[in-house]
Design a protein around this ligand. Structure first.
Ligand SMILES: [Zn+2]
Ligand SMILES: [Zn+2]
Length: 332
């Protein structure tokens, strides 16, 4: 018992190593850029002020988004999705798996759940004793169910999900801007050092490495960022890209795809002014998401509609011919 606790503690400490590495590299880049490049190498005063100003804006935005991605705790399913004491007792006492499944089906009738397990059963997390909302998954590192879980990212030592997906995307964007700005301004001094226009010294070493590190990070971030842009455009999480969410009438990769504009709004919010600022503006509460309907006749949602209304929810259907039609669910 004590050993497993010690192991867990070690694991927790080790999990911070990637964050410490990133932070150290960025802090070093600050020293190298501000002191070695701007103060030691640069001679033009105006150029120095301009470089420092833009650099600090990029630097602050990077830390702000990185901080928010790391320290925004993942959101977990609300109380409504947890089994009540009596339901739990009933579920645990029952030995027949079929009846157990039926118990979950009965409870889930009151909940806005449209996805199923591969087997067609209600998605239930044994460890958290909770009925999983759509797009929610259990993270074995965080040991909890995470709403709209995307993946567990070691570089932010946190689960990327509904609560911090916007921050994670902004972190990727500002990291790339930071790298591009450094690389583009450092390049001419790198050349000057190379051809011997500037004197040898510690500044040469720092400038050389600044360019190298900025380019290296930029290239690796570019692929990750490109992939996530594609995911946002398609309204898929990384997990959903690997295995399509299963609805009542089968798996559908595009089940949550409601058009590019609305997909973007789901992550970044409706106010475009706030898209690039790391404040939480994602739409909804992470428990349910608008669905792309599959046509009236085979619409599995209609079966759930009445039960929904009983629970105080209200449904609205938009039937725009140009946009995929979408069920908007609001809860009172
Ligand atoms: Zn769980
Ligand atoms: Zn996690």
């Amino acid at each position: 018992m004590a050993l497993s606790r010690a192991l867990r503690c070690c694991q927790r400490i080790f999990s911070w190593i990637p964050v410490i590495i990133i932070s150290s590299v960025v802090l070093w880049s600050y020293y190298a850029y501000v002191f070695e490049l701007c103060f030691v190498t640069l001679s033009n005063h105006l150029e120095r002020v301009a470089y420092l100003l833009i650099f600090h804006v990029c630097f602050i935005m990077f830390w702000w988004t990185y901080w928010k991605a790391i320290f925004t705790s993942p959101s977990t399913p609300c109380k409504k999705f947890q089994l009540s004491y009596t339901d739990k007792e009933r579920y645990e006492m029952e030995e027949r798996p079929d009846v157990q499944k039926q118990i979950l089906v009965d409870i889930a009738k009151k909940l806005p759940i449209f996805t199923r397990a591969q087997s067609g059963a209600i998605r239930f997390c044994d460890r958290c004793q909770v009925i999983k909302p759509d797009r929610c998954h259990h993270c074995s590192v965080c040991e909890t169910c995470v709403l709209k879980m995307d993946h567990h990212c070691p570089w932010v030592n946190n689960c990327v999900g509904f609560s911090n997906y916007k921050f994670f995307l902004l972190f990727l964007s500002y990291s790339m801007i930071y790298c591009v700005f450094i690389a583009s301004t450092v390049f001419q001094y790198f050349l000057k050092f190379w051809v011997g226009d500037l004197p040898n010294g510690s500044a040469k070493f720092h400038v050389l490495f600044l360019l190298f590190v900025a380019l290296m990070f930029f290239v690796s971030l570019m692929f990750l960022f490109g992939y996530h842009c594609w995911l946002v455009a398609k309204n898929r999480s990384t997990l959903e890209a690997f295995s399509a969410p299963v609805f009542q009438n089968g798996p559908d990769r595009n089940g949550f795809h409601v058009g590019l504009c609305r997909n973007l709004q789901q992550v970044f919010g409706e106010d475009k002014k706030l898209w690039f600022i790391p404040v939480f503006t994602s739409l909804g509460d992470g428990h349910y998401f608008p669905l792309r309907t599959l046509g009236e006749s085979e619409n599995p949602l209609l079966a759930n509609e009445e039960k929904w209304l009983e629970d105080g929810g209200s449904d609205e259907e938009s039937a725009d011919e140009n946009e995929p039609s979408v069920i908007i669910r609001t809860e009172s």
